[in-house]
Ligand binder design. Structure first.
Ligand code: CMC
Length: 429
Protein backbone atom coordinates (compact mmCIF):
# COMPACT_ATOMS: atom_id res chain seq x y z
CA UNK A 1 0.00 0.00 0.00
CA UNK A 2 1.27 3.44 -0.91
CA UNK A 3 2.49 5.37 2.11
CA UNK A 4 1.26 8.87 2.81
CA UNK A 5 2.04 11.67 5.20
CA UNK A 6 -0.68 13.70 6.79
CA UNK A 7 -0.54 17.47 6.72
CA UNK A 8 -2.95 19.51 8.80
CA UNK A 9 -3.60 23.13 7.91
CA UNK A 10 -6.27 25.23 9.60
CA UNK A 11 -7.84 22.07 11.00
CA UNK A 12 -8.12 20.34 7.60
CA UNK A 13 -6.08 17.23 6.85
CA UNK A 14 -4.41 16.42 3.56
CA UNK A 15 -2.67 13.22 2.51
CA UNK A 16 0.62 13.58 0.68
CA UNK A 17 2.34 10.59 -0.94
CA UNK A 18 5.62 9.40 0.54
CA UNK A 19 8.09 8.10 -2.03
CA UNK A 20 11.18 5.93 -1.55
CA UNK A 21 14.23 5.93 -3.83
CA UNK A 22 16.38 2.95 -4.71
CA UNK A 23 18.77 3.72 -1.83
CA UNK A 24 15.86 4.01 0.65
CA UNK A 25 15.93 7.79 0.57
CA UNK A 26 12.46 9.12 1.32
CA UNK A 27 10.65 12.08 -0.16
CA UNK A 28 7.38 13.84 0.40
CA UNK A 29 5.61 14.32 -2.93
CA UNK A 30 4.13 17.82 -2.89
CA UNK A 31 3.19 17.92 -6.58
CA UNK A 32 -0.50 18.30 -5.69
CA UNK A 33 0.01 20.55 -2.67
CA UNK A 34 -0.97 23.87 -4.18
CA UNK A 35 -3.95 22.44 -5.98
CA UNK A 36 -5.22 20.83 -2.79
CA UNK A 37 -4.35 23.51 -0.25
CA UNK A 38 -3.61 26.73 -2.12
CA UNK A 39 -0.21 26.80 -0.41
CA UNK A 40 3.26 26.70 -1.85
CA UNK A 41 6.47 25.62 -0.11
CA UNK A 42 9.33 28.01 0.53
CA UNK A 43 12.84 26.58 0.30
CA UNK A 44 15.43 29.18 -0.54
CA UNK A 45 18.54 27.57 -2.05
CA UNK A 46 16.48 24.39 -2.61
CA UNK A 47 18.15 22.61 0.32
CA UNK A 48 15.07 20.40 0.83
CA UNK A 49 13.69 20.33 -2.66
CA UNK A 50 13.99 17.31 -4.92
CA UNK A 51 13.67 18.82 -8.39
CA UNK A 52 13.44 15.52 -10.27
CA UNK A 53 13.69 11.75 -10.12
CA UNK A 54 17.10 10.81 -11.41
CA UNK A 55 18.90 7.52 -12.01
CA UNK A 56 22.32 9.01 -12.78
CA UNK A 57 24.31 9.80 -9.64
CA UNK A 58 23.87 8.82 -6.01
CA UNK A 59 25.46 10.76 -3.15
CA UNK A 60 25.22 9.93 0.53
CA UNK A 61 26.61 13.09 2.05
CA UNK A 62 26.64 11.72 5.59
CA UNK A 63 28.72 8.69 4.64
CA UNK A 64 30.83 10.36 1.95
CA UNK A 65 29.57 8.10 -0.85
CA UNK A 66 29.52 9.02 -4.54
CA UNK A 67 28.37 6.60 -7.24
CA UNK A 68 27.77 7.06 -10.96
CA UNK A 69 24.95 4.78 -12.15
CA UNK A 70 25.60 2.63 -9.08
CA UNK A 71 29.37 2.31 -9.53
CA UNK A 72 31.53 3.75 -6.71
CA UNK A 73 33.68 6.66 -7.83
CA UNK A 74 36.77 4.97 -6.37
CA UNK A 75 36.29 1.87 -8.58
CA UNK A 76 35.71 3.95 -11.68
CA UNK A 77 38.79 6.10 -11.01
CA UNK A 78 40.91 2.98 -10.51
CA UNK A 79 39.75 1.04 -13.58
CA UNK A 80 37.88 3.21 -16.04
CA UNK A 81 38.56 6.21 -18.26
CA UNK A 82 36.86 9.55 -18.72
CA UNK A 83 35.20 8.66 -22.02
CA UNK A 84 34.01 5.30 -20.72
CA UNK A 85 32.49 7.07 -17.72
CA UNK A 86 30.96 9.65 -20.05
CA UNK A 87 29.26 6.79 -21.90
CA UNK A 88 28.10 5.29 -18.60
CA UNK A 89 26.61 8.57 -17.39
CA UNK A 90 24.92 9.44 -20.67
CA UNK A 91 23.59 6.01 -21.68
CA UNK A 92 23.18 4.33 -18.28
CA UNK A 93 25.41 1.25 -18.66
CA UNK A 94 29.09 0.54 -19.10
CA UNK A 95 29.75 0.06 -22.83
CA UNK A 96 30.85 -3.16 -24.51
CA UNK A 97 34.26 -2.96 -26.18
CA UNK A 98 32.56 -2.37 -29.52
CA UNK A 99 30.28 0.33 -28.13
CA UNK A 100 33.21 2.09 -26.48
CA UNK A 101 35.27 2.07 -29.67
CA UNK A 102 32.35 3.43 -31.68
CA UNK A 103 31.67 6.12 -29.05
CA UNK A 104 35.31 7.20 -28.94
CA UNK A 105 35.41 7.40 -32.74
CA UNK A 106 32.22 9.45 -32.82
CA UNK A 107 33.61 11.91 -30.28
CA UNK A 108 37.06 12.05 -31.82
CA UNK A 109 35.82 12.85 -35.32
CA UNK A 110 34.28 16.05 -33.94
CA UNK A 111 37.31 17.64 -32.28
CA UNK A 112 37.82 20.44 -34.81
CA UNK A 113 35.75 23.60 -34.64
CA UNK A 114 34.50 25.53 -37.66
CA UNK A 115 37.21 27.93 -38.84
CA UNK A 116 34.80 30.88 -38.66
CA UNK A 117 34.18 30.17 -34.98
CA UNK A 118 37.77 31.16 -34.28
CA UNK A 119 36.91 34.80 -35.04
CA UNK A 120 34.85 34.97 -31.85
CA UNK A 121 38.02 34.72 -29.79
CA UNK A 122 39.38 37.88 -31.43
CA UNK A 123 36.51 39.87 -29.93
CA UNK A 124 37.68 39.16 -26.38
CA UNK A 125 40.39 41.14 -24.59
CA UNK A 126 43.56 39.07 -23.98
CA UNK A 127 42.96 39.06 -20.24
CA UNK A 128 39.39 37.75 -20.56
CA UNK A 129 38.61 35.01 -18.09
CA UNK A 130 38.47 31.85 -20.28
CA UNK A 131 35.07 30.82 -18.89
CA UNK A 132 33.53 33.71 -20.90
CA UNK A 133 34.77 32.53 -24.35
CA UNK A 134 34.05 28.95 -23.30
CA UNK A 135 30.40 29.72 -22.64
CA UNK A 136 30.11 32.05 -25.66
CA UNK A 137 31.64 29.63 -28.15
CA UNK A 138 29.54 26.72 -26.86
CA UNK A 139 26.44 28.86 -27.30
CA UNK A 140 27.64 29.83 -30.79
CA UNK A 141 27.88 26.13 -31.74
CA UNK A 142 24.09 26.29 -32.05
CA UNK A 143 24.46 28.71 -34.96
CA UNK A 144 27.10 26.64 -36.77
CA UNK A 145 25.45 23.24 -36.28
CA UNK A 146 21.79 23.90 -36.93
CA UNK A 147 21.27 20.29 -37.96
CA UNK A 148 21.47 19.21 -34.30
CA UNK A 149 19.19 21.55 -32.40
CA UNK A 150 15.94 19.68 -31.87
CA UNK A 151 15.90 18.30 -28.30
CA UNK A 152 13.08 15.93 -29.21
CA UNK A 153 14.90 14.37 -32.16
CA UNK A 154 17.22 11.58 -30.87
CA UNK A 155 19.47 11.82 -33.95
CA UNK A 156 19.97 15.53 -33.40
CA UNK A 157 20.69 14.92 -29.73
CA UNK A 158 23.28 12.21 -30.53
CA UNK A 159 25.06 14.50 -32.94
CA UNK A 160 25.04 17.40 -30.49
CA UNK A 161 26.40 15.15 -27.71
CA UNK A 162 29.37 13.96 -29.80
CA UNK A 163 30.09 17.45 -31.09
CA UNK A 164 30.12 18.91 -27.60
CA UNK A 165 32.32 16.19 -26.13
CA UNK A 166 34.67 16.39 -29.10
CA UNK A 167 34.92 20.15 -29.29
CA UNK A 168 34.92 21.39 -25.69
CA UNK A 169 38.67 20.68 -25.08
CA UNK A 170 39.49 22.44 -28.37
CA UNK A 171 37.33 25.44 -27.45
CA UNK A 172 38.99 25.56 -24.02
CA UNK A 173 42.55 25.32 -25.32
CA UNK A 174 41.90 28.04 -27.90
CA UNK A 175 40.71 30.37 -25.12
CA UNK A 176 44.06 29.84 -23.39
CA UNK A 177 46.13 30.24 -26.56
CA UNK A 178 44.32 33.48 -27.37
CA UNK A 179 45.05 34.82 -23.88
CA UNK A 180 48.81 34.29 -24.29
CA UNK A 181 48.99 35.31 -27.95
CA UNK A 182 50.04 31.90 -29.28
CA UNK A 183 48.60 30.26 -32.40
CA UNK A 184 45.73 27.83 -32.00
CA UNK A 185 46.91 24.23 -32.17
CA UNK A 186 44.71 21.82 -34.09
CA UNK A 187 43.53 18.66 -32.33
CA UNK A 188 45.45 15.47 -33.04
CA UNK A 189 42.93 12.66 -33.23
CA UNK A 190 45.58 9.96 -32.75
CA UNK A 191 45.83 11.04 -29.12
CA UNK A 192 43.57 10.06 -26.25
CA UNK A 193 41.10 12.66 -24.96
CA UNK A 194 43.16 14.22 -22.15
CA UNK A 195 46.45 13.88 -24.07
CA UNK A 196 44.94 15.70 -27.03
CA UNK A 197 43.86 18.52 -24.75
CA UNK A 198 47.34 18.78 -23.23
CA UNK A 199 48.96 19.07 -26.66
CA UNK A 200 46.47 21.75 -27.75
CA UNK A 201 47.24 23.65 -24.54
CA UNK A 202 50.99 23.36 -24.34
CA UNK A 203 52.51 22.61 -27.74
CA UNK A 204 53.73 25.34 -30.11
CA UNK A 205 54.28 24.94 -33.86
CA UNK A 206 58.09 25.29 -33.95
CA UNK A 207 58.84 22.74 -31.25
CA UNK A 208 58.15 19.03 -30.89
CA UNK A 209 55.81 18.22 -28.00
CA UNK A 210 55.59 14.88 -26.32
CA UNK A 211 52.60 14.28 -24.04
CA UNK A 212 53.62 12.78 -20.72
CA UNK A 213 51.43 9.63 -20.46
CA UNK A 214 51.32 9.75 -16.65
CA UNK A 215 50.19 13.35 -16.63
CA UNK A 216 47.56 12.73 -19.27
CA UNK A 217 46.34 9.75 -17.22
CA UNK A 218 46.09 11.97 -14.14
CA UNK A 219 44.19 14.61 -16.09
CA UNK A 220 41.84 11.92 -17.43
CA UNK A 221 41.17 10.82 -13.84
CA UNK A 222 40.60 14.41 -12.76
CA UNK A 223 38.02 14.80 -15.52
CA UNK A 224 36.45 11.51 -14.42
CA UNK A 225 36.01 12.45 -10.76
CA UNK A 226 34.36 15.71 -11.80
CA UNK A 227 32.04 14.06 -14.34
CA UNK A 228 28.76 14.36 -12.43
CA UNK A 229 27.44 15.42 -9.05
CA UNK A 230 23.65 15.14 -9.34
CA UNK A 231 21.51 18.28 -8.92
CA UNK A 232 24.21 20.87 -8.20
CA UNK A 233 23.90 24.49 -9.31
CA UNK A 234 25.22 24.04 -12.87
CA UNK A 235 23.44 20.72 -13.53
CA UNK A 236 20.18 22.22 -12.27
CA UNK A 237 20.82 25.21 -14.53
CA UNK A 238 21.32 22.93 -17.54
CA UNK A 239 18.11 21.05 -16.71
CA UNK A 240 16.21 24.27 -16.10
CA UNK A 241 17.28 25.91 -19.34
CA UNK A 242 16.65 22.67 -21.21
CA UNK A 243 13.19 22.37 -19.67
CA UNK A 244 12.11 25.23 -21.92
CA UNK A 245 13.23 22.90 -24.78
CA UNK A 246 16.24 25.09 -25.49
CA UNK A 247 18.81 23.17 -27.51
CA UNK A 248 21.67 21.26 -25.87
CA UNK A 249 24.37 23.80 -26.85
CA UNK A 250 22.41 26.68 -25.28
CA UNK A 251 21.70 24.64 -22.15
CA UNK A 252 25.35 23.65 -21.67
CA UNK A 253 26.49 27.21 -22.27
CA UNK A 254 24.25 28.28 -19.36
CA UNK A 255 25.71 25.48 -17.22
CA UNK A 256 29.22 26.79 -17.88
CA UNK A 257 28.16 30.24 -16.65
CA UNK A 258 26.66 28.71 -13.49
CA UNK A 259 29.84 26.75 -12.85
CA UNK A 260 32.00 29.85 -13.10
CA UNK A 261 30.94 31.26 -9.71
CA UNK A 262 33.40 31.06 -6.80
CA UNK A 263 30.96 29.08 -4.66
CA UNK A 264 30.80 26.37 -7.37
CA UNK A 265 33.41 25.49 -10.01
CA UNK A 266 35.28 28.75 -9.55
CA UNK A 267 36.29 27.57 -6.08
CA UNK A 268 39.33 25.67 -7.38
CA UNK A 269 40.78 28.94 -8.63
CA UNK A 270 39.69 30.57 -5.34
CA UNK A 271 41.59 27.96 -3.32
CA UNK A 272 44.90 28.70 -5.00
CA UNK A 273 44.35 32.45 -4.73
CA UNK A 274 43.61 31.97 -1.04
CA UNK A 275 46.69 29.79 -0.48
CA UNK A 276 48.85 32.37 -2.27
CA UNK A 277 47.37 35.13 -0.13
CA UNK A 278 48.19 33.19 3.02
CA UNK A 279 51.73 32.52 1.75
CA UNK A 280 52.27 36.19 0.89
CA UNK A 281 51.06 37.06 4.38
CA UNK A 282 53.70 34.90 6.08
CA UNK A 283 51.92 31.52 6.03
CA UNK A 284 49.93 32.10 9.20
CA UNK A 285 47.20 29.49 8.71
CA UNK A 286 45.56 30.11 12.10
CA UNK A 287 44.95 33.74 11.20
CA UNK A 288 42.94 32.73 8.12
CA UNK A 289 40.99 30.04 9.94
CA UNK A 290 40.03 32.74 12.47
CA UNK A 291 39.10 35.07 9.63
CA UNK A 292 36.88 32.40 8.06
CA UNK A 293 35.04 32.03 11.37
CA UNK A 294 34.43 35.76 11.62
CA UNK A 295 31.23 36.34 9.65
CA UNK A 296 31.89 40.08 9.37
CA UNK A 297 35.12 39.41 7.43
CA UNK A 298 33.28 38.12 4.37
CA UNK A 299 36.09 35.56 4.04
CA UNK A 300 35.43 31.83 3.67
CA UNK A 301 37.86 28.97 3.45
CA UNK A 302 37.67 28.17 -0.24
CA UNK A 303 37.51 24.45 -0.96
CA UNK A 304 35.80 23.81 2.38
CA UNK A 305 32.18 22.92 3.01
CA UNK A 306 29.51 21.42 0.84
CA UNK A 307 25.73 21.53 0.66
CA UNK A 308 25.47 17.73 0.54
CA UNK A 309 28.65 16.30 2.07
CA UNK A 310 28.67 16.42 5.84
CA UNK A 311 31.70 14.15 5.84
CA UNK A 312 34.83 13.92 3.68
CA UNK A 313 34.10 14.55 0.02
CA UNK A 314 35.38 11.25 -1.44
CA UNK A 315 36.77 13.15 -4.41
CA UNK A 316 38.88 15.33 -2.09
CA UNK A 317 40.29 12.22 -0.44
CA UNK A 318 41.32 10.79 -3.83
CA UNK A 319 42.76 14.05 -5.11
CA UNK A 320 44.80 14.58 -1.96
CA UNK A 321 46.60 11.29 -2.70
CA UNK A 322 46.91 12.10 -6.39
CA UNK A 323 48.42 15.45 -5.49
CA UNK A 324 51.30 13.76 -3.63
CA UNK A 325 51.90 11.40 -6.57
CA UNK A 326 51.92 14.11 -9.24
CA UNK A 327 54.09 16.55 -7.33
CA UNK A 328 56.45 13.71 -6.41
CA UNK A 329 56.72 12.63 -10.05
CA UNK A 330 57.36 16.16 -11.26
CA UNK A 331 59.81 16.75 -8.43
CA UNK A 332 57.87 19.82 -7.37
CA UNK A 333 57.91 21.04 -3.81
CA UNK A 334 55.06 23.46 -3.78
CA UNK A 335 55.00 25.63 -0.64
CA UNK A 336 51.29 26.16 -1.24
CA UNK A 337 50.70 22.43 -0.79
CA UNK A 338 52.28 22.65 2.63
CA UNK A 339 49.96 25.54 3.49
CA UNK A 340 46.99 23.55 2.17
CA UNK A 341 47.87 20.59 4.39
CA UNK A 342 48.28 22.78 7.48
CA UNK A 343 45.06 24.62 6.71
CA UNK A 344 43.16 21.35 6.39
CA UNK A 345 44.65 20.01 9.61
CA UNK A 346 43.84 23.20 11.55
CA UNK A 347 40.28 23.49 10.24
CA UNK A 348 39.49 19.82 10.84
CA UNK A 349 40.41 20.25 14.51
CA UNK A 350 38.56 23.51 14.95
CA UNK A 351 35.22 23.49 16.77
CA UNK A 352 33.60 25.86 14.24
CA UNK A 353 34.34 23.52 11.32
CA UNK A 354 33.57 20.36 13.31
CA UNK A 355 30.20 21.67 14.47
CA UNK A 356 29.16 22.67 10.95
CA UNK A 357 30.61 19.51 9.41
CA UNK A 358 32.80 21.46 7.03
CA UNK A 359 35.34 19.23 5.27
CA UNK A 360 37.63 19.78 2.28
CA UNK A 361 35.71 19.43 -0.99
CA UNK A 362 36.81 18.44 -4.50
CA UNK A 363 38.25 21.88 -5.18
CA UNK A 364 40.65 21.89 -2.26
CA UNK A 365 43.39 19.79 -3.86
CA UNK A 366 42.55 19.81 -7.58
CA UNK A 367 44.04 23.27 -8.10
CA UNK A 368 47.40 22.24 -6.66
CA UNK A 369 47.58 19.41 -9.21
CA UNK A 370 46.54 21.67 -12.09
CA UNK A 371 49.17 24.20 -11.05
CA UNK A 372 51.86 21.53 -10.96
CA UNK A 373 50.84 20.50 -14.49
CA UNK A 374 51.37 24.07 -15.70
CA UNK A 375 47.79 25.27 -16.03
CA UNK A 376 47.26 28.95 -15.22
CA UNK A 377 44.84 29.77 -12.39
CA UNK A 378 41.99 31.02 -14.52
CA UNK A 379 41.93 27.75 -16.50
CA UNK A 380 41.02 25.75 -13.37
CA UNK A 381 37.24 26.27 -13.68
CA UNK A 382 37.56 25.48 -17.40
CA UNK A 383 39.10 22.11 -16.50
CA UNK A 384 36.18 21.52 -14.16
CA UNK A 385 33.79 22.31 -17.04
CA UNK A 386 35.47 19.80 -19.39
CA UNK A 387 35.16 17.16 -16.69
CA UNK A 388 31.55 18.03 -15.85
CA UNK A 389 30.30 18.03 -19.45
CA UNK A 390 29.15 14.35 -19.52
CA UNK A 391 27.14 14.91 -16.33
CA UNK A 392 25.42 17.97 -17.74
CA UNK A 393 24.61 16.07 -20.93
CA UNK A 394 23.28 13.07 -18.98
CA UNK A 395 21.12 15.32 -16.77
CA UNK A 396 19.75 17.22 -19.78
CA UNK A 397 19.03 14.01 -21.71
CA UNK A 398 17.27 12.43 -18.73
CA UNK A 399 15.15 15.55 -18.28
CA UNK A 400 14.13 15.48 -21.98
CA UNK A 401 13.43 11.73 -21.92
CA UNK A 402 11.27 12.12 -18.79
CA UNK A 403 9.26 14.81 -20.62
CA UNK A 404 9.71 17.07 -17.63
CA UNK A 405 7.52 20.17 -17.45
CA UNK A 406 9.12 23.56 -17.86
CA UNK A 407 10.84 24.48 -14.57
CA UNK A 408 8.97 27.34 -13.08
CA UNK A 409 9.25 27.88 -9.31
CA UNK A 410 6.78 29.99 -7.35
CA UNK A 411 7.59 32.72 -4.84
CA UNK A 412 6.29 34.31 -1.67
CA UNK A 413 5.69 37.90 -2.70
CA UNK A 414 6.84 40.37 -0.04
CA UNK A 415 6.79 43.60 -2.10
CA UNK A 416 4.40 46.55 -1.92
CA UNK A 417 0.69 45.98 -2.24
CA UNK A 418 -1.17 47.61 -5.10
CA UNK A 419 -0.53 51.35 -5.42
CA UNK A 420 -1.13 53.86 -8.18
CA UNK A 421 1.17 55.66 -10.52
CA UNK A 422 2.00 59.23 -9.57
CA UNK A 423 3.09 61.75 -12.19
CA UNK A 424 6.67 62.98 -11.70
CA UNK A 425 5.65 66.42 -10.33
CA UNK A 426 3.64 64.79 -7.51
CA UNK A 427 6.38 62.46 -6.17
CA UNK A 428 8.21 64.70 -3.75
CA UNK A 429 11.99 65.00 -3.63
N1 CMC B 1 34.31 28.76 5.42
C1 CMC B 1 33.75 29.23 6.56
N2 CMC B 1 32.48 28.99 6.92
C2 CMC B 1 31.73 28.25 6.11
C3 CMC B 1 32.24 27.71 4.91
C4 CMC B 1 33.58 28.00 4.58
N3 CMC B 1 34.11 27.54 3.44
N4 CMC B 1 31.28 27.01 4.29
C5 CMC B 1 30.19 27.09 5.06
N5 CMC B 1 30.46 27.83 6.18
C6 CMC B 1 29.55 28.10 7.30
C7 CMC B 1 28.51 29.16 6.94
O1 CMC B 1 28.96 30.45 7.28
C8 CMC B 1 27.34 28.71 7.78
O2 CMC B 1 27.60 29.09 9.13
P1 CMC B 1 26.35 29.47 10.09
O3 CMC B 1 25.54 28.22 10.22
O4 CMC B 1 26.99 29.91 11.37
O5 CMC B 1 25.63 30.57 9.41
C9 CMC B 1 27.43 27.19 7.72
O6 CMC B 1 28.81 26.90 7.53
C10 CMC B 1 26.60 26.56 6.59
O7 CMC B 1 27.01 27.19 5.39
P2 CMC B 1 26.04 27.57 4.20
O8 CMC B 1 26.63 28.69 3.41
O9 CMC B 1 24.64 27.73 4.69
O10 CMC B 1 26.12 26.22 3.36
P3 CMC B 1 25.66 26.03 1.88
O11 CMC B 1 25.27 24.63 1.77
O12 CMC B 1 24.67 27.06 1.48
O13 CMC B 1 26.99 26.32 1.02
C11 CMC B 1 29.08 26.04 -0.01
C12 CMC B 1 27.84 25.36 0.56
C13 CMC B 1 29.92 25.01 -0.75
C14 CMC B 1 28.64 27.12 -1.03
C15 CMC B 1 29.86 26.67 1.16
O14 CMC B 1 30.32 25.68 2.03
C16 CMC B 1 31.04 27.53 0.67
O15 CMC B 1 30.85 28.73 0.37
N6 CMC B 1 32.27 26.95 0.54
C17 CMC B 1 33.40 27.65 -0.01
C18 CMC B 1 33.32 27.63 -1.53
C19 CMC B 1 33.62 26.23 -2.09
O16 CMC B 1 34.59 25.59 -1.70
N7 CMC B 1 32.81 25.81 -3.07
C20 CMC B 1 33.01 24.53 -3.78
C21 CMC B 1 31.93 23.54 -3.46
S1 CMC B 1 32.31 21.86 -4.00
C22 CMC B 1 32.42 21.88 -5.71
C23 CMC B 1 31.31 22.53 -6.43
O17 CMC B 1 30.14 22.41 -6.10
O18 CMC B 1 31.62 23.19 -7.42
Amino acid sequence: MAQTAQLTIDGRSYQLPLLTGSEEERALDITGLRQQTGLITLDSGYGNTGSCRSAITFIDGEKGILRYRGYPIEELAAHSSFLEVAYLLIYGELPSEQQLTAFKNNVTCHTMIHEDLKHIYQAFPPDAHPMAPLSAVVSALSTFYQDALDPLNPEHVELAICRLLGKLPTIAAYAYKKSIGQPFIYPDDRLEYAANFLQMMFSVPPEPYQVDPELSHTLDQLFLVHADHEQNCSASTVRMVGSSRANLFASISAGISALWGPLHGGANQGVLEMLQRIADDGGNVEKYVALAKDKSSGFRLMGFGHRVYKNFDPRARMLKQECDIVLGKLGIEDPLLDIARRLEETALHDEYFIERKLYPNVDFYSGTIYRAMGFPLNMFPVLFAIGRLPGWIAQWKEMIEHHERIARPRQLYVGPQQRHYLPLDQRGS
